[in-house]
Design a binder for this molecule. Structure first.
Ligand SMILES: Cc1cc2nc3c(=O)[nH]c(=O)nc-3n(C[C@H](O)[C@H](O)[C@H](O)COP(=O)(O)OP(=O)(O)OC[C@H]3O[C@@H](n4cnc5c(N)ncnc54)[C@H](O)[C@@H]3O)c2cc1C
Ligand code: SF4
Length: 547
């Protein structure tokens, strides 16, 4: 086998890609994972003004940072970039979809019952747990109080989180959110981690490794079974061979700010580049490179923002401290609730990192002694106790939106030869459900003395931002209905699969990562059942675990 030839190439290392790579490597498959982002570590997570915050898909050699923010006309979409995909940037909520979420819009084979064992497997791998009762933040308590005040007490619950908590953590200890309170341990996959200190940095990388991110479980196991993970490899084109696939990618040279082209081949390719990433890649292969002209006409259609909406509410003198505690902790499940016009909304608290505090801390690390050290220490204390948003509650949530967005390649007026990704989305189809979410947020705020502030980006402009893009390569029964079948196999192309959020054909109405991972567990198991005989002879004993 040539060094650039594999059984399977996986594109992307988020919730779909990491699961697929892990299970195939365990089954003895020779796997290459091509990931566009870096391999981040607690020492490199972005913290200050000179950090690499942004990813630019058009110029990745110049900007290959933490978050990929796509600014489409009426919708902004944010996603992570790095080994571990969205798990690095996400708020750790690992929740199952409701049984009813699968009752329409899915191929008949995909039901809650079918996914349940896979949901359980994901929960086990990510070591999902709830916030211990002695560690509830002011935000969590407000969610509980507001639910009770609205008569929705029975709809309140703590959320399952992929975070390692210590029952012995003392929130009343001096400086409770400082890193030294974290207790180091080795996880079930041999990776070093620490316990949560409730610093609120979940969306910008956990500096004490309390988040159970994919690089510390699924991807670690994949590597222990011989998988190769290549960061800073941006896949640009897929080319079918007779048989197999050639994958074309750019390798980013971070220091030089440049990139070089290369290729690798494999019997099979699994796309795990996310709703935007996998859809864009396939659109380019169909409409720009013309290597996959037979892809379904449905490609790009049926895109959903998962009903995400955030309403900040201001609480006068009451301290909410949204930057203290894990970013999301609890929910109020208003499933088809009559109080909100029978819409299904799932309300949550949403935390925000205290960037000023993190900035000062990054300075303190460099100059921790002498006059300068004393200065940064005093400032750190000040910005923690005088957080500029400490009286604000970010009410967040998801719902079942219309799922009527469409991605396509367009042309820009100043460079018409260059095809750019467009997202056609308009608020009309989802107006009712967003207004229902706002109604719930207003009721919860009013009941607890808060003043909700509906952002004019919605009330005046009808524009939204979502961290939960879903669809684009939707599952369907036939190619006239979708891009992939219920197993993630692309219609019309042997050996090509999509296993990520792009295949989810409708809104889940809850944080989607656990469903994406459970679908990947199911579909990669079916793939392995068909071919594992051929790989079994190569099955490796896992290499010794680090730590
Ligand atoms: C701030 C924030 C908070 C969130 N909080 C939660 C939460 O608490 N719970 C939850 O369930 N969900 C949450 N999400 C959403 C969650 O992160 C996504 O739903 C999930 O990561 C999607 O999984 P995926 O496998 O489809 O794609 P991703 O996890 O996004 O993985 C795709 C991977 O592919 C890589 N990639 C893309 N294009 C290419 C290419 N051309 N070549 C090579 N690699 C490529 C990307 O860099 C990325 O690593 C959050 C998202 C954000 C942004
Ligand atoms: S709150 Fe802080 S310590 Fe806890 S998981 Fe989030 S980033 Fe890590």
């Amino acid at each position: 086998m040539s060094p650039n030839t594999y059984d399977v190439i996986v594109v992307g290392s988020g919730f779909g890609g990491a699961v697929a790579a892990c299970r195939i490597a365990e089954a003895g498959g020779n796997v290459l994972v091509l990931e566009r982002g870096r391999r981040w570590t607690p020492n490199t997570y972005p913290r200050n003004e000179s950090s690499p915050w942004l990813w630019d898909q058009q110029h990745p050699q110049r900007h290959h940072g933490w978050a990929d923010l796509r600014t489409f006309r009426n919708m902004w979409v944010v996603a992570g970039a790095g080994v571990g995909g969205g798990s690095l940037i996400y708020a750790n909520v690992s929740v199952e979809a409701r049984r009813e979420a699968f009752e329409s819009g899915w191929p008949a084979a995909i039901t809650y019952k079918e996914l349940k064992p896979h949901y359980d497997r994901v929960g086990q791998m990510l070591d999902v747990q709830e916030l211990p009762d002695n560690q509830l933040s002011k935000r969590t308590r407000l969610v509980r109080e507001a639910a009770q005040a609205c008569g929705w007490g029975d709809c309140y619950r703590k959320l399952p989180l992929a975070v390692s908590f210590s029952p012995r953590y003392d929130p009343n200890a001096p400086d409770p959110r400082e890193d030294w309170h974290s207790v180091k341990f080795i996880n079930a996959h041999g990776m070093p981690q620490g316990t949560c200190v409730h610093c609120g940095n979940c969306d910008i990388g956990c500096q004490v490794s309390a988040k159970n991110t994919l690089d510390l479980n699924y991807l670690a196991v994949a590597e222990q079974h011989g998988a190769t993970i290549q960061p800073l490899h941006v896949v640009q084109k897929l080319e079918p061979l007779q048989p197999g696939w050639r994958v074309h990618f750019d390798i980013i040279d971070s220091a030089a700010g440049s990139s070089t082209r290369d290729t690798a081949t494999a019997d099979r390719v699994i796309l795990g580049a996310g709703s935007i990433g996998s859809t864009e890649l396939l659109l380019r292969c169909r409409d720009e490179h013309r290597t996959l002209p037979g892809l379904s006409e449905q490609l790009g259609s049926g895109w959903s923002f998962n009903g995400d909406f955030l309403t900040p509410a201001f609480y006068g003198h009451r301290k909410i401290s949204p930057s203290h505690g894990v970013t999301i902790s609890a929910a109020i499940d208003l499933f088809k609730h009559p109080d909100i016009n029978g819409q299904s909304v799932f309300v949550q608290d949403g935390g925000v990192p205290n960037l000023a505090y993190d900035f000062v801390h990054s300075r303190l690390k460099r100059a921790h002694r002498g006059l300068l050290g004393d200065f940064w220490k005093a400032l750190a204390h000040h910005v923690d106790s005088d957080d500029p948003v400490e009286h604000m509650m970010p009410w967040f949530g998801q719902a079942i939106d219309a799922g009527d967005g469409r991605m396509r390649l367009g042309r820009c007026w100043f460079a018409p030869w260059h095809r750019v990704l467009r997202l056609d989305w308009s608020y009309e189809g989802s107006d009712k459900v967003v207004e229902a979410m706002i109604k719930a947020h207003e009721k919860l705020s009013d009941a607890t003395g808060g003043r909700p502030f509906v952002p004019p980006t919605w009330s005046d402009l009808h524009k939204l931002i979502t961290p939960h893009p879903l669809g684009g390569c939707n599952m369907g029964r036939t190619s006239s209905e979708g891009v992939v079948d219920a197993c993630g196999k692309v219609f019309g192309y042997e050996g090509l699969y999509v296993m990520d959020g792009a295949v989810v054909p409708r809104a889940i109405g809850r944080n989607p990562s656990r469903t994406i991972a459970a679908l990947a567990e199911r579909n990669v198991a079916l793939l392995i059942a068909n071919v594992a005989g051929a790989w079994a002879a190569n099955r490796k004993q896992p290499s010794s675990k680090p730590g």
